[in-house]
Design a protein around this ligand. Structure first.
Ligand SMILES: NC(=O)C1=CN([C@@H]2O[C@H](COP(=O)(O)OP(=O)(O)OC[C@H]3O[C@@H](n4cnc5c(N)ncnc54)[C@H](O)[C@@H]3O)[C@@H](O)[C@H]2O)C=CC1
Ligand SMILES: O=C(O)[C@H]1O[C@H](OP(=O)(O)OP(=O)(O)OC[C@H]2O[C@@H](n3ccc(=O)[nH]c3=O)[C@H](O)[C@@H]2O)[C@H](O)[C@@H](O)[C@@H]1O
Length: 434
């Protein structure tokens, strides 16, 4: 059993803290956001993530998981510290390292005995790990050692707890071999492959992995544009491709494209890193351009189907960047809603969990209304856009929706519905090469 401090209790930090506690460690989560910490102390979770509330509550009750805003309190017994703070994009596309650097400074100032500092936040290679190690070294009390280990995170929102307990691998990059072994030991109960490498390669592996997954999505979206022109069905094509183990069946869903707090920022940061090193990556720019293009293509499809958007009423189902989360960072749904409103359409939107977060960043106005359920959102509309693949959208009473809509267009932006069933009800079913 280890004493562990987790700095930053957002999507990654809270999941990491709760899962480590479930594995039997004693964990204290630290955040500068007093609101988040006081919610957690009352047993409430600041965001929506399946399985996490139960896990946090169980471990909090068992005395293995606590929360504080005070670094010294969390650091009192810690022999390991995970840094899980944000690395959002700066205007130039580079990752903003200021939260990580401040966390490292606070950790070092509060350290009273030797410990291992584990960098879980996604941080760009090219001097950043070295800088964090230097910040630690210059702020630690004399005689105290705190080796840095880079251990990037690969969980997905919406299945964060499952992913943490079933990782495909752990990547551990360190200059200090014994610190790397201690971090590897934390993963032993999870029985996953562990790659021990240097810090820069560990950092780069994270960016390369996200860029590859984003590439798969942009690839299938590019193929869907061509498939549409030649009359091929993209789902059949993706399925046929996916049977080949070298290709793999996952991340071949054509549609609105990727969003979220990571693919957009990490692909952009990787291209910025390349440019900083004198290399323009045409490839990464194509991935980003295709992704942005899917959003305008969605609006263009609705425009064509409705004979213009001005004055038309569009129901948007799904507001977060994917299902099973309330995270609206870089949400394709929200950017399509903005474009629809700009072109004079009225939007009626609904999401099973992301209404409060969406309303915060895009408050309702004359032409944008948030609705308590999918049926109210569809009422009086000319078209429905499925923007995230919530399974419950599939099981809606679509004939009830059909009756309540003056227009009959359904644009399935996530390939969620059965085209034959929807067409049989009298809808005009549109998708991306379907
Ligand atoms: N969200 C995801 O699915 C994944 C995120 N990542 C990476 O993990 C990192 C964290 O991401 P999220 O959890 O999404 O971020 P988040 O924004 O949800 O959480 C970050 C937390 O850190 C806190 N914080 C910031 N500065 C602090 C400081 N100096 N001291 C204490 N707390 C501080 C913030 O108040 C916030 O609660 C990022 O680098 C991200 O790229 C990696 C894999 C998955
Ligand atoms: O670094 C990160 O933050 C994380 O980014 C992604 O996880 P996440 O963004 O939570 O969610 P994904 O399931 O990857 O979906 C990302 C976006 O791609 C879209 N997507 C996904 C798959 C697909 O086939 N098509 C597609 O358009 C989703 O709708 C969503 O908007 C990665 O999958 C994680 O491995 C990684 O740890």
């Amino acid at each position: 059993m280890k004493h562990i401090a987790v700095i930053g209790v957002g999507y990654v930090g809270l999941t990491t803290a709760a899962c480590l506690a479930e594995l039997g460690h004693h964990v204290v989560g630290v955040d500068m956001d007093e609101g988040k910490i006081s919610m957690l102390r009352q047993g409430r979770i600041p965001f929506s993530e399946p399985e996490l509330p139960e896990l946090v509550e169980r471990n909090h009750q068992a005395g293995r998981l606590d929360f504080t805003t005070a670094y010294p309190e969390a650091m009192q017994q810690a022999d390991m510290v995970f840094i899980c703070v944000g690395t959002p994009p700066t205007p130039s596309g580079h990752a903003d390292m200021s939260q990580v650097e401040e966390a490292a400074r606070q950790v070092a100032l509060s350290a009273r005995h030797p410990l291992i500092v584990i960098l879980k936040s996604t941080t760009p290679p090219g001097g950043n790990a070295e800088r964090v190690a230097a910040i630690l070294a210059s702020h630690l009390p004399l005689g105290i050692n705190a080796p840095l280990v880079v251990n990037p995170e690969f969980l997905r929102e919406g299945s964060a707890v499952y992913d943490t307990f079933h990782p495909d691998r752990a990547v551990i990059g360190a200059w200090d071999a014994s610190a790397a072994e201690e971090v590897a030991a934390l993963y032993a109960p999870l029985r996953c492959p562990v790659l021990l490498t240097d810090p820069v390669s560990a950092q780069f592996t994270k960016y390369a992995s996200n860029a590859f997954l984003a590439t798969k999505i942009s690839f299938i979206n590019e193929i869907s544009r061509i498939a549409e022109r030649v009359g091929a069905n993209i789902h059949a094509v993706a399925q046929g491709m996916g049977f080949d183990d070298r290709i793999g069946a996952e991340f071949l869903e054509a549609g609105l494209g990727y969003g979220g707090s990571c693919f957009p920022k990490d692909v952009l940061a990787l291209s910025a890193i390349a440019e900083q090193h004198g290399y323009y990556s045409q490839f990464l720019h194509a991935v980003m351009d295709i992704n942005a293009g899917q959003r305008s293509l969605t609006v263009a499809k609705l425009d064509e189907a409705l004979g213009g958007l001005h004055g038309k009423r569009v129901c948007v189902l799904g507001l977060a960047f994917k299902s099973h989360t309330d995270d609206v960072r870089e949400s394709p749904a929200l950017s399509v809603i903005s474009m629809l409103c700009q072109q004079g359409a009225y939007v009626q939107a609904h999401d099973p969990v992301a209404m409060p977060t969406a309303q915060k960043v895009q408050p309702s106005h004359d032409t944008l209304k948030y609705c308590p359920d999918a049926y109210t959102a569809a009422l009086g509309c000319h078209a429905v856009l499925i923007a995230t693949n919530w399974p419950e959208f599939r099981s809606l009473d679509w004939s009830r929706i059909h009756t309540s809509m003056p227009g009959k267009v359904v644009l399935d932006g996530r390939g969620l519905l059965s085209p034959d069933e929807i067409r049989a009800m009298g809808f005009e079913y549109l998708a991306f090469a379907n």
